[in-house]
Design a protein around this ligand. Structure first.
Ligand code: NAD
Length: 292
């Protein structure tokens, strides 16, 4: 860690554990670039890495985590894109991820999508519940779940996810879902916290950044922190990786928080989990990588 830098705080989870509030996402980072990108992030002070079986880079995340000197909070996900997903498949997928990671721990294991068409996410959630006692598995949660999906798994199993990882940024703020999380004690983790880069030229964000001698990206990430969200910005550009965690030495005023609240357009970057289905044969093909 750079001398003088304030340490990122942890956020308490509903299962007695905790999660660092800032992490590093590796979606669309090619496997051959992943270990170096994660190592750079760890050197810059990140203590959490977010991957998925679908990103095709778990092994390289594991390489970098094993090579680091400090403990790292590792998240991976059960990518339930085909019709066979469910209780058994979730459990096999977890063990396969652990194998690929080559680590003795997974701190957070998430069910990646509700996948309404298959309608097997309750069974898959039961699979994760029964994995909880497994050696090396910390917490379990979900991703891309809307209120109706949360209600269903909680009502049918009595187990509330520790985390719901959802798309969240100034143009897509999901206030109702965040309130539902707060009521139920679920931590909100923001994916695409920078709107995948699309919000960063917004003049209001640039102006707030100028007032603090910070970039629009830093303003957006600081806004998330002040809302209590866990964030997992992604970049393979070394300066940006450092910039995205250099957000602990300034504070947005209430007025600035309100300006950002006013930018919400209900505009997603990614798919709508209420209707979205991957092609049935998607599983096994990894998400494409994207250069920056
Ligand atoms: P993001 O909002 O983190 O945006 C990343 C992009 O923003 C980069 O590719 C780059 O183009 C730009 N960028 C990053 N830092 C910048 C900076 N300082 N200045 C200017 N531009 C900058 O989007 P993301 O990668 O989609 O999301 C982050 C992480 O969330 C992923 O890596 C992944 O781990 C996770 N994720 C999860 C899901 C899910 O379904 N659960 C979906 C997408 C992403």
């Amino acid at each position: 860690m750079t001398p003088g830098r304030v340490m990122v705080s942890d956020v308490a989870l509903n299962d007695g554990r905790s999660i660092p509030q800032v992490g590093f996402g590796v979606y669309q980072i090619a496997p051959e670039h992943t270990a170096a990108a994660v190592s750079r992030a760890l050197a810059a002070g990140y203590r959490l890495v977010d991957t998925s079986m679908a990103y095709g880079n778990e092994a390289e995340v594991g390489d970098a985590v094993r090579g680091g000197r400090k403990p790292v909070f590792v998240t991976t996900k059960y990518f339930n894109a085909d019709l066979t997903h469910g209780y058994q498949d979730a459990q096999s997928a977890f063990h396969a991820s652990v194998e690929r990671l080559g680590l003795d721990h997974v701190d957070l294991y998430l069910l990646h999508w509700p996948m309404k068409l298959q309608d097997r996410y309750v069974q898959a959630w039961k699979g994760l519940i029964d994995l909880r006692g497994s050696k090396g598995l910390g917490s379990i949660g979900v991703s891309n779940f809307q209120a109706e999906h949360l209600v269903r798994i909680i009502d049918q199993t009595g187990v509330t996810p520790a985390v719901n990882q959802i798309e969240l940024h100034p143009y897509f703020q999901q206030p109702d879902l965040r309130e539902e999380h707060a009521r139920r004690g679920i931590v909100t983790e923001a994916w695409g916290p920078l709107g995948q880069g699309k919000v960063l030229e917004d003049p209001a964000l640039v102006a707030i950044g100028d007032a603090h001698a910070k970039t629009a990206a830093q303003v957006v990430l600081r806004w998330h922190l002040q809302l209590g969200n866990v964030i997992i910005p992604k970049s393979t550009t070394p300066d940006r990786v450092r910039e995205n965690i250099d957000i602990l030495d300034f504070e947005l005023s209430d007025a600035q928080m309100s300006v950002i609240e006013g930018l919400d357009r209900g505009q997603r970057s990614g798919p709508d989990p209420g209707t979205f289905e991957f092609p049935r044969d998607y599983r096994g093909r990894h998400f494409q990588t994207r250069p920056e």
